[in-house]
Design a binder for this molecule. Structure first.
Ligand code: FES
Length: 113
């Protein structure tokens, strides 16, 4: 499946402005994903904090700060911009989440492996 388009979920499975988790084969390896929906766009990242490589979330699928303005890492409080994964607060400031190409087609969310 690596390199191919992979169905992750329906767009309506992610509430607008909220996050979800997923799994996909990225580069020949199954990876956990961070997905954040903004309207008709879904931003996708590998679920691995650039600080020490740990998963970001405590509860599956819940990746956002309370005000929903940033992606949050629960381990040491890093905050990442939703739009580009850039860390604006925390121990990995200046580093970024690894982006994954996501696309929406016919109301479904796909990622490119
Ligand atoms: S592991 Fe994410 S901030 Fe430390």
């Amino acid at each position: 499946m690596s390199g191919e388009r992979q169905l992750i979920c329906g767009l309506d499975d992610i509430e607008d402005g909220e996050s979800a988790g997923g799994k996909a084969d990225i580069g020949g390896r199954e990876r956990s994903l961070v997905l954040v929906r903004k309207g008709e766009i879904v931003f996708a990242y590998i679920n691995s904090c650039p600080h020490i490589g740990a998963p970001l979330e405590l509860r599956p699928g819940y990746f956002l700060t309370l005000d929903r303005s940033h992606i949050n890492c629960v381990n040491h409080g890093a905050h990442f911009r939703i739009e580009d994964g850039y860390c604006v607060q925390g121990p990995c400031i200046g580093q970024s989440l690894k982006p994954v190409d996501a696309l929406i087609e016919d109301g479904k969310v796909y990622v490119q492996g």
